[in-house]
Design a protein around this ligand. Structure first.
Ligand code: PEP
Length: 250
C-alpha cells in the first residue's frame, strides 16, 4: 500500500527550547506508526529539531528557501544550506508566501528545481481562493498551478516531490473541505500529472490535503482514495493533537 505522509507546518511559531521539548514529547507517541512523520519548523529551530529527532522516525523540513544557490540575497537561506545540516524536506509555494511574500508560480518552479538539485524533497502547495471556488474555477486554478510548478521537471524529479492541495479558504479558518471535495481536487491534480508524465508516475506521487486538519477529521480525509496524508498547520503545534493525526489509523 502507498505510504501516508503527515507533515506539520509550524509557520512562525516555536522557539528552540520549545522545539526540543516538543520532539521529546512527540517521539514516543509516534514511534510505532507506519506513516511518515515530518515537522517543518522555522529556520532558527532546524538545527535543534534535527539533533533531537536523530534516531527517531521524525523527519525535518524547512518552510521555504531561495532559488539561487548563493549570493547577495540578504536574509535568505539556500537549498545547499538546508541540505548541509541534514534537512530532508522543504515546503515550497505555501499560500501565505504567495499572498504575503510575492511568491509566484515562476519562483515556485525555480525553487522546486533548486531544492531537487540539492536533494531536498519539496512539499509543493497549490490551492484556490474562496471566490475562485465559488466561481467554479477551483479545478482550473489548481491544475494550472500544478502544471506551472512542474514545468521542465523530469519524470524522475516528479517522483521525488510531494504536492499539498491546500484550499486557501480552509487554512487556519477551522473550515475544512469536505472529504469528497478534497478527494476530487486531488484527483484533478493527479490527472494533470498523468497527462504530462503518465498514469504510473501520477499514481506514485504523494498528494496531501491541507486546511484545518485536526484529530477529529484526519481519519475521514486520509481514508479517501486519492488523499495520501496531510499538511497540518495549527493542529501540529501540540504534540498530543499532532500525534493523534499521525496515528489516525490506529
Ligand atoms: C497550513 O499551514 O499549511 C495549514 C494547512 O494550516 P491549518 O492546518 O492551520 O489550516
Amino acid at each position: 500500500m502507498k505510504r501516508k505522509v503527515i507533515a506539520g507546518n509550524w509557520k512562525m511559531n516555536m522557539l528552540p527550547n520549545e522545539t526540543i521539548k516538543f520532539i521529546e514529547e512527540l517521539t514516543p507517541m509516534v514511534k510505532d506508526t507506519e506513516n511518515e512523520v515530518i515537522l517543518c519548523v522555522p529556520y532558527i529551530d532546524l538545527f535543534y529539531a534535527l539533533l533531537n529527532a536523530q534516531g527517531t522516525n521524525i523527519k525535518i523540513g524547512a518552510q521555504n528557501m531561495h532559488y539561487e544557490e548563493s549570493g547577495a540575497y540578504t536574509g535568505e537561506i539556500s537549498g545547499k544550506m538546508l541540505k548541509s545540516i541534514g534537512v530532508e524536506y522543504v515546503i515550497i509555494g505555501h499560500s501565505e508566501r504567495r499572498q504575503y511574500f510575492a511568491e509566484t508560480d515562476e519562483t515556485v518552479n525555480k525553487k522546486i528545481k533548486t531544492a531537487l538539485a540539492n536533494e531536498l524533497k519539496p512539499i509543493v502547495c497549490v490551492g484556490e481562493t474562496l471566490s475562485q471556488r465559488e466561481a467554479g474555477k477551483a479545478e482550473k486554478i489548481i491544475t494550472k498551478q500544478t502544471e506551472l510548478a512542474l514545468e521542465g521537471l523530469t519524470e524522475k524529479q516528479v517522483k521525488e516531490l510531494i504536492i499539498a492541495y491546500e484550499p486557501i479558504w480552509a487554512i487556519g479558518t477551522g473550515k475544512t473541505a469536505t472529504k469528497e471535495d478534497a478527494n476530487e481536487a486531488i484527483k484533478a491534480i493527479r490527472n494533470k500529472i498523468a497527462k504530462i508524465y503518465g498514469q504510473t508516475v501520477a499514481d506514485g506521487v504523494i498528494i496531501q490535503y491541507g486546511g484545518s486538519v485536526k484529530s477529529s477529521n484526519a481519519k475521514e480525509l486520509f481514508e479517501m482514495s486519492d488523499i495520501d496524508g496531510g499538511l497540518v498547520g495549527g493542529a501540529s503545534l501540540k504534540p498530543e493533537e499532532f500525534s493523534k493525526i499521525v496515528n489516525y489509523n490506529k
